[in-house]
Design a binder for this molecule. Structure first.
Ligand SMILES: NC(=O)c1ccc[n+]([C@@H]2O[C@H](COP(=O)([O-])OP(=O)(O)OC[C@H]3O[C@@H](n4cnc5c(N)ncnc54)[C@H](O)[C@@H]3O)[C@@H](O)[C@H]2O)c1
Length: 258
């Protein structure tokens, strides 16, 4: 009997990664391309995404197209381009936006913006690809949730609301589509060092002190890297996790354990 030694191989797989132009999505794009996949990045910021992957060793395996996941017309156009002459094997719903504040500090506009991108965006992308997955009785979806989808985190009212919704969508779709051979899982990162985390840090008088506090508040004494989330995404996207569906994989340096 031959035992397959590389169940993480993505050769000949076509993968869509939303938000692949920065941070965690960029690391997933690079790692998946290194594992043999053809990766199609859908990002609202095409210039930054092209720049991000321009010097990649795998640039010939990475396509970048405009996609605003919050807008169903933009999503449908992106899916039409992505599916021209090929079938998609894996969807990584990674793109997301954040907001810091309690309910009192969250305007209706910010509430709607977070809902529209994080929740409706995940719905738009998944709904657009689902007919293809159902036709082929095959597909893998990896959703990007957060520790903020597992517990209430102070000052993250709207963000927690959207990430709890992503975990709910993941589990409910996993139950609906296990019989269709479609696996749906999500990742719950803790604090990961990306532009998302540092967007507003320079507004503080001592950004270095804030960063040091962020590191110190993690059980492992540091924030995670985008690459450390990407390896878990590779596990969930590949045959290495062939019996895993409806799961939430924490990548949080131990944060949720305490
Ligand atoms: N960084 C963290 O600490 C952390 C922790 C937990 C979860 N997450 C989640 O991980 C995901 C990626 O976060 P990141 O830290 O890499 O962020 P990032 O800001 O570095 O990258 C986000 C990417 O998404 C794109 N994007 C934003 N809105 C979009 C839209 N409407 N349509 C298409 N693309 C859009 C941006 O242009 C950018 O390229 C998000 O869902 C975030 O909520 C991040």
């Amino acid at each position: 009997m031959t035992i397959p030694t590389n169940k993480f191989d993505l050769t000949a797989k076509h993968v869509i990664v939303t938000g692949g132009g920065s941070g965690i999505g960029a690391a997933i794009t690079e790692l998946f391309a290194a594992a043999g996949a053809k990766v199609i990045v859908g990002d609202i910021n095409v210039d930054a995404s092209l720049k991000q992957h321009a010097n990649s060793d795998y640039s010939s395996s990475i396509d970048v197209h405009h996609c605003d996941i919050s807008d169903s017309e933009s999503v449908n156009n992106f899916i039409a381009i992505s599916c021209k002459n090929r079938k998609i094997d894996v969807l990584v719903n990674n793109a997301g936006v954040g907001f810091v504040g309690t309910i009192s500090e969250t305007s209706p506009e910010n509430f709607d913006r977070l809902y529209q991108t994080n929740v409706r965006g995940t719905y738009n992308m998944t709904k657009a690809l689902m007919p293809q997955f159902l036709d082929r009785k095959q597909g893998v979806i990896v959703n990007m949730a957060s520790i903020c989808g597992l517990v209430g985190v102070p000052d993250r009212f709207a963000y927690c609301m959207t990430k709890f919704a992503i975990i709910g969508m993941t589990k409910s779709m996993a139950m609906d589509h296990a019989k269709d051979n479609i696996r749906i899982n999500c990742i719950c990162p803790g604090r990961i060092a990306t532009p998302f985390m540092f967007d507003r840090i320079n507004e503080y008088p001592d950004p270095e002190a804030i960063r040091a506090d962020m590191d110190a508040s993690q059980p492992l004494g540091r924030m995670g890297t985008p690459e450390e989330v990407a390896t878990v995404a590779l596990y969930l996207a590949s045959d290495a996790s062939s019996f895993v569906t409806g799961a939430c994989e924490s990548v949080d340096g131990g944060w949720f354990a305490g």
